[in-house]
Design a protein around this ligand. Sequence first.
Ligand code: GSH
Length: 255
Amino acid sequence: MAEHRLITIPISHFCEKARWALERAGVPYVEEPHLQGVHVAHALRRGRSRTVPVLLTADGDVVPESSAIMRWADGQLADPERRLYPVGVAGAEAARLEAWLDGDFGADGRLWMYHETLPAVQTLEASVVHGIPAWERHLFRRGRTPLNAFVCRYLGVNAETAAAALARVDDVFATIGDRLQDGRPYLCGDRLTAADITFAALSAPVICPEQYGSPLPSLDAMPTAYAREVRRLRETPAGRFALALFARERRLVAS
Ligand SMILES: N[C@@H](CCC(=O)N[C@@H](CS)C(=O)NCC(=O)O)C(=O)O
């Protein structure tokens, strides 16, 4: 029987956003995880995209981009009240916030995390290789040094860019914290929207949530400087908000 397939890099936070949207909408799918670098061949050949996630639907449709997958998943929900893009002002605001977060924020948290962990890439091994084909696992183990170099060059990772990225993450956390100051339970008011899931999922590299949809290393096993910053960000209003969303909403099915 045909099935929905989600091409991913298992540790990727954009892929987490897509997993969360599909699971919340009660859409059964098979995840097809790949190693960083190898994913490009699959994403290009089958998804006509350089990036993952890419959703291949059972009907043969190709849906690249996490925001498009979230919209597609939302469209599977019968009850409009349960959708992540409500009709009207809140829906437009949710889409605006999602687009803003998908931009620099998504890239910045990832860049900083890679900078803090790449010299100790062994620490991330279990997360990077989770579920990927055996030959890709072999490639990872044989090719750590070239993989480090590839990721650093490809994403522009160095001490200066990492520090600037973390400063921008702090700015976004401050903006989100300000937004929540009036006591609203969600970013766009009193219901969960695409903006909340996007913020929580894309925060993962800087808060390491327990309920992440693919295994993350324990914070205690991570490099000290990385763990210290994660603990600091977890204690901010925005960090507490993202962790609470993971704890409360990540396993909920809306249908
Ligand atoms: N705008 C894309 C961004 C996805 C993205 O950056 N994915 C990363 C993994 S976290 C990727 O595939 N990077 C490889 C590349 O940029 O070629 C989305 O929302 O899906």
